[in-house]
Design a protein around this ligand. Sequence first.
Ligand SMILES: [Zn+2]
Length: 230
Amino acid sequence: MFSEQKRQIIEYGMLLDRYELVSLTCGNLAIRMPTGEILITPSGMMYEKMVEDDVIVCDIDGNIIEGDKKPSSDTPAILYIFKHRPDVNGVIHTHQPYATALSLIPGMNEFRVCFTGMANACCGNVPITPYSNAGSVDMGIDVVNNAGSSRAVILSNHGVMTIGPSLKDAMYAAVYLEETAKAYLAARACCPDGKINGMTDEQIQTMVDVFKFYGQGTATIPADLVNKKQ
Ligand SMILES: [Zn+2]
């Protein structure tokens, strides 16, 4: 059942490792099928050792439909997100260190876009939520209550949850958030007052809008949306 999507989950799990968003067996990935079933990675297994049969298929209440492995320990949070965000069909949880490091900075409750790629992939600024325990439904509540239109939420002292209409969208958000967080922290370390050259709200919104025209199968970017200097 759902062989293609199970393969995608495993392939993306290995991508998380390649982009250094997880170490060993941490993190998880989940897809909601158009027919409502949820595919979730198993608890505590290495992504490169995973086979299709290891990916669990369950219903929205967590009842197992297929698979003999124990699903991710964050399943309650993942199911909470799917229940409360009907627009979300892909969820990824990582322990990506640079984005998570932002939650250690006192007083920081939002990571403001400062790279165009982050605006594109995360659809704007990324909230940083107060601490919640790993394995709790609270993680999911934090995502639902704070994400707004953002495709990523930083969970303090823990990691990141990314969400999107597809697993691919959630993957893009995780990767570009990490890239931007890395650059932000490097720049901030060079600024004695901790302030960096950021982007304006208008610049951020333009880059959010531009992403609707990115990739194959979309229209060309309208010139007047991006060209401002002639
Ligand atoms: Zn975690």
